[in-house]
Design a protein around this ligand. Structure first.
Ligand code: SPV
Ligand code: MG
Length: 290
């Protein structure tokens, strides 16, 4: 409940809700300490964590378990990336029940067919669902949620599928008409033009969500100048930053034939203890270990 209102409050109070991808409870805690407003339970990041492609291989149960585990360690509201909703409208009904119970503040459902293919890959198979069928999935989500503060965000992949702005606008309007609280529009163009043009042309009331991974020049200043965008999701920078850091440390250990150099440049063991709340364990030991 508190997290549902936390996302609503952030949306009311902030001109832009800054959301960081997380793939583990630890990354969720670090995103919260850094000062982000919300977490993105990214399917791409969780797939990568398992060494898998983001093509509907991770099960709902695996993703839900991570959403729960992140929610136990972080007080930030979680926007859950539920891909296609794991099937048709019937699967969406079950997913909404599960994610709402798991404590997510919002879900994003995308209009691709199941199994989906990750959006940013070159020449990916990007098949979209019939518009009416996806509207049914949104209606199923809305009819299922028990709290209207649990946000249902409809994501169109029309630009990703190369179908153009007109189709993206048509789908976004149809999803808003079906009751979606917000519209996520994804683009893999390397520059912000495609997204800026979409946002300018959008005449709906539903706020827009973007994931500017492919067009990093779209910084927060540019986003705010456009208006209409309520949430920015930094979609895969937690896993990418950790890959960079691990690669660097592993290579240096082998090159230096030891850990003597790398030791100075990575966090101390004490910092890990702090993140593990070891102080609390010590205090509990004093209190309870007779
Ligand atoms: C994710 O992070 O899983 C997303 C964003 O859905 S993207 O990978 O860019 O499609
Ligand atoms: Mg995803």
């Amino acid at each position: 409940m508190a997290k549902l209102s936390a996302l609503r409050d952030a949306l009311e109070q902030k001109s832009l809700v800054r959301t960081m991808a997380a793939h583990s409870p630890l990354s969720a805690v670090l995103a919260e300490e850094a000062g982000f407003d919300a977490l993105w339970a990214s399917g791409f990041e969780l797939s990568a964590l398992y060494g898998l492609a983001d093509v509907s291989l991770i099960s709902m149960t695996q993703h839900l378990a991570m959403v729960r585990a992140m929610g136990e360690q972080s007080s930030l509201p979680i926007i859950a990336d539920i891909d296609t909703g794991f099937g048709n409208a019937i699967n969406v009904i079950y997913a909404i029940q599960q994610y709402e119970r798991a404590g997510a503040a919002a879900v994003v459902i995308e209009d691709k067919t199941f199994p989906k293919v990750t959006s940013l890959v070159a020449d990916g198979r990007q098949d979209l669902l019939r518009l009416e069928e996806f509207q049914g999935k949104i209606r199923a989500a809305l009819a299922t949620r028990s709290d209207p503060d649990f946000l249902v965000i409809a994501r169109t992949e029309a630009l990703i599928a190369g179908l153009g702005e007109e189709e993206a606008l048509k789908r976004a309007a149809a999803y808003e008409a079906a009751g979606a609280d917000m519209i996520l529009v994804h683009s893999k163009q390397k520059t912000p033009d495609e997204m800026e043009s979409f946002v300018r042309a959008w005449s709906g009331k539903a706020p827009i969500v973007i994931v500017p991974t492919a067009y990093p020049e779209m910084n927060e200043e540019r986003i705010k100048a456009l208006g209409k965008i309520a949430i920015v999701i930094y979609g895969n920078h937690a896993i990418r930053a950790s890959i960079t850091a691990m690669k660097d440390a592993f290579a240096r250990i082998l090159k230096d034939r030891g850990i003597h150099n790398v030791n100075r440049d990575i966090v101390s063991v004490e910092e890990v203890f702090r993140l593990q709340k070891m102080d609390q364990v010590k205090a509990d030991e004093k209190r309870f270990l007779a």
